[in-house]
Design a protein around this ligand. Structure first.
Ligand code: PMP
Length: 394
């Protein structure tokens, strides 16, 4: 009889030739438990998802309540579904007035697609400006604005008329002209190895968009929900985007994305043509119920404020000759090494020792450390000692 691992390789489409292959049976808080009962601390939050930990009891209870009422009823946008309405109200209560209207999607990449379409519709323009080393999703439109040639080249032709600029290069911002429908960027480039936008850079993009009429799309799929020390990262930059993208942690562990703008802007998707962007499952009621419960947990405690304190503790403990640089934006952290081989060996050693970490899509020489925000001081100390020991072995 084939093992589960063999079945996984045979019957599930693979994304690389080196999957992590952990066989997890249950998850709780920051921990995952495998089939043999071994416990792993998840220091990457399932790649930016489990900000309040795995299987939070409030999220489970919200899901249970909702599945006992209804699951899918109708495609997005037709029926008044309370979980969607209440979650959109809660999110927009914590956003500026010009971000008062939520379009729920299934994923981050679909939020990117919707935002690009909205920007084109609003401006009547075609050019989308994005940045090298950015990641906005894997579907064709998102791929067309993604800043990495290796990932794009095999899938040409891409959507034409896009322009890639260098991140944090203020001198290039005059290339944002009145030809641009939108400028899309992350406030912290996650997959580049945690590279925060410079304050001036982000503010100048805002100004340039105001001057040219380009729509500013800010992708907070990884940076929102307390990860960087504020509910949304853009708050720290004292700017307001025209369209905000959310996903990952938005659904509290369930699949959910969103693009958010003003009610007035969003209304352009309702005419010429009507149904300009539609989705069957976007804003699934169970995902919205889970997301609302997760956001309430986040808002009800000190997790957001503590993210920066915990990040400082990581930084102070993670001192090792192998670590060349520590990049961080709150609990989104990256340890830079001389090369990819050191990083991969250290990652493997950590996983063997029960700490799940990873590297970054566009920075394989950097170690990703982005634990659930609920991680405690004692857990941070333990995890850091395991990381340091792993570095001694490489
Ligand atoms: N934007 C950013 C910044 C992301 O990190 C990701 C996912 N890594 C996405 C968009 C795409 O999200 P999804 O995988 O849900 O499509």
């Amino acid at each position: 009889m084939l093992t589960n691992r063999q079945l996984f390789l045979q019957h599930l489409a693979q994304t690389s030739d080196s999957p992590a292959m952990l066989e997890i049976e249950s998850a709780s808080g920051i921990y995952l438990f495998d089939a043999s009962g071994k416990k792993y601390a998840d220091l990457i939050s399932g790649i930016g998802v489990s900000n309040i930990g795995h299987c939070h009891p409030n999220v489970i209870s919200a899901i249970e309540k909702q599945i006992n009422k209804y699951m899918h009823l109708m495609v997005y946008g037709e029926y008044v579904q309370l979980p969607q309405v209440q979650f959109a109200k809660l999110i927009t209560d914590h956003l500026p007035a010009t971000l008062d209207c939520v379009y729920f999607t299934n994923s981050g990449t679909e939020a990117t697609e919707g935002a690009i379409k909205l920007a084109k519709k609003l401006t009547g323009r075609q050019e989308i400006i994005s940045f090298r080393n950015s990641y906005h999703g894997s579907t064709q439109g998102a791929l067309s604005v993604l800043g990495n040639e290796d990932l794009r080249n095999s899938f040409r032709p891409l959507i034409p008329g896009n322009r890639l600029l260098n991140f944090n290069a203020e001198t290039e911002l005059d290339q944002i002209t009145s030809d641009a429908a939108a400028v899309i960027l992350e406030p912290v480039q996650a997959e580049a190895g945690v590279i925060p936008a410079d304050m001036d850079f982000l503010q100048k993009i805002r100004t340039r968009c105001n001057e040219t009429g380009a729509i500013m799309i800010l992708d907070e799929c990884q940076t929102a929900f307390g990860r960087t020390g504020s509910l949304f990262c853009f708050e720290q930059y004292k700017i307001i985007p025209d369209i905000l993208l959310l996903a990952k942690s938005l659904g509290g562990g369930m699949p959910l994305g969103a693009f958010i703008s003003s009610n007035e802007r969003m209304s352009s998707l309702t005419k010429n043509p009507a149904l300009g962007h539609i989705t069957t499952f976007g804003g699934h009621p169970v995902c919205c119920a889970a997301g609302k419960a997760a956001l309430q947990v986040l808002l009800g405690g000190n997790l957001i404020a503590e993210a920066v304190i915990k990040s400082k503790l990581f930084k102070s403990l993670l001192q090792h000759e192998r670590i060349k640089k520590f990049n961080s934006a709150g609990l989104m952290m990256s340890l830079e090494f001389d090369d990819e081989a050191i990083c991969k060996k250290a990652v493997n050693a950590c996983i063997q020792s029960g700490i799940i970490i990873d590297w970054f899509l566009f920075a394989p020489h950097c170690m990703r450390v982005a634990p659930p925000l609920i991680i405690t001081e004692a857990e941070i100390k333990h995890c850091c000692s395991v990381i340091l020991q792993s570095l001694d072995t490489v």
